[in-house]
Design a protein around this ligand. Structure first.
Ligand code: UDP
Ligand code: MG
Length: 168
């Protein structure tokens, strides 16, 4: 089944300068990429992304982590990708490995580059949607329709009077 997956290289992936290594690993899937962007992560975006974990004891730590606030020099950005193709979600999740970097296969992305912080958070470099419903919700949260090269979900046109910045 053809599906879409939201992939995020989290702030630790950027801070550790392993973006190239991570993308090389992901390219083993031969999946298509339909969207790429660099995003400054606000607390609001972080909360919405991880809304299903809001009752977990590590939620506040997780928000700080995804906003890049846990480093001596803050790294408040992530890289976002939409991967598309046959069983995209399953194939990417296989390459990224278990959520817990200690349990992840050493050759997986999380096994090779992740760590557990002293307060017990899994700092695991990369996010990938876990199922079709989550992928759709996350892709719509991180991307606007015009930032995606294919109409993967239905869209409609509306007229707005939104204030926006344009080139001088
Ligand atoms: N997480 C953690 N401890 C846990 C479970 C999750 O620190 O016991 C963090 C980890 O960074 C993980 C994220 O919360 O990637 C989202 O958790 P989820 O259960 O959705 O795992 P994932 O889908 O990322 O494998
Ligand atoms: Mg998840």
């Amino acid at each position: 089944m053809i599906n879409n997956a939201l992939v995020l290289i989290k702030p630790d992936g950027i801070r550790k300068a392993i973006v190239g290594n991570v993308l090389t690993k992901l390219s083993e899937t031969k999946l298509d990429i339909l969207g790429i962007k660099i995003v400054k992560v606000t607390k609001n975006l972080a909360r919405q992304h991880y809304q299903n974990l809001k009752d977990k004891p590590f939620f506040e730590n997780l928000l700080n982590y995804i906003q890049g606030n846990i480093y001596e020099i803050p790294c408040n950005k992530i890289l976002a990708f939409i991967y598309h193709g046959e069983n995209a979600i399953l194939r990417i999740r296989d390459i990224i490995g278990d959520t817990n970097p200690e349990k992840a296969k050493p050759t997986s992305i999380r096994g090779a580059y992740g760590r557990i912080t002293t307060n017990g958070l899994f700092e695991n470099v990369i996010h990938c949607s876990s199922d079709l419903i989550e992928a759709e919700r996350e892709i719509k949260l991180w991307f606007k329709p015009e930032e995606i090269l294919m109409e993967i979900y239905p869209t409609k046109e509306i007229i707005t009077q939104e204030k926006k910045r344009v080139w001088l």
